[in-house]
Design a binder for this molecule. Sequence first.
Ligand SMILES: Nc1ncnc2c1ncn2[C@@H]1O[C@H](COP(=O)(O)OP(=O)(O)O)[C@@H](O)[C@H]1O
Ligand SMILES: [Mg+2]
Length: 251
Amino acid sequence: MTDATTSPAGSPASTGKPILQVSDVHAAYGMVRVLHGIDLEVRDGEVVVVLGANGAGKTTTMRAICGLVDTTGSIRLDGKEIVGKKSADVARLGVAHVPQGRGTFADLSVEDNLQVGAFVRKDKEIRSDIDRWYEVFPVLGERRQQQAGTLSGGEQQMLAVARALMGRPRLLLLDEPSLGLAPMIVQNVFRNLQSIREEFGTTMLVVEQNANLALGIADRGYVIEAGRIVLSGTADELSSDDAVRAAYLGY
Ligand SMILES: Nc1ncnc2c1ncn2[C@@H]1O[C@H](COP(=O)(O)OP(=O)(O)O)[C@@H](O)[C@H]1O
Ligand SMILES: [Mg+2]
């Protein structure tokens, strides 16, 4: 376990090169300051989780990375500064965002949602990628012409993930994929994330209140409280940390 204030990022377990480096990031909605100096890092191939209670600043951290909120400090993607860039440009640079709640276009079909997810691409493999996601998630293939808004919550969450992956992102941001889903469905979503990780090596930053499941698929994690990172460590270290257990694991 490392104190986030002395060792903001990295661990001996992470050997890939850094993809995302967030350093001293502050963010505000108008006069309301929400992030007070966030430091975190995601390395190539890693799954990193940010744990925090409601209102801690998890969604705002995601929004800062995506260029969706007024942000100062430094956010580097593959070494390149992205603070101040527009969200569409951040997406083009390879950051795909599955927002909290609804990550799909409810009025569009499953197939059209996947097409939209490929908007950053110009290559000719979009069709074969769509078919691949239908293989990974057969239920989406069976419902390809169905309006996304009529899918079940779990199906919509998997469509949101597949839509994001259609951009062939360098980094997949997932904002509380468990939110609003029944426990069994949540387990299913995390199993799917785990197999995507194993099969495609997708680098992910996941924010969650469901610490148990998130730590189960993560290499490392951070704990955010009131807009500050207060703890960081490997998933094992966080799972056995008394404060994390009391606050987020419930045992
Ligand atoms: N659009 C907004 N305008 C003003 N304050 C906001 C806005 N969105 C979120 N906040 C505030 O910012 C803080 C962090 O919110 P958020 O990042 O959504 O937390 P989390 O995702 O961890 O629940 C909360 O106090 C919340 O009320
Ligand atoms: Mg949130």
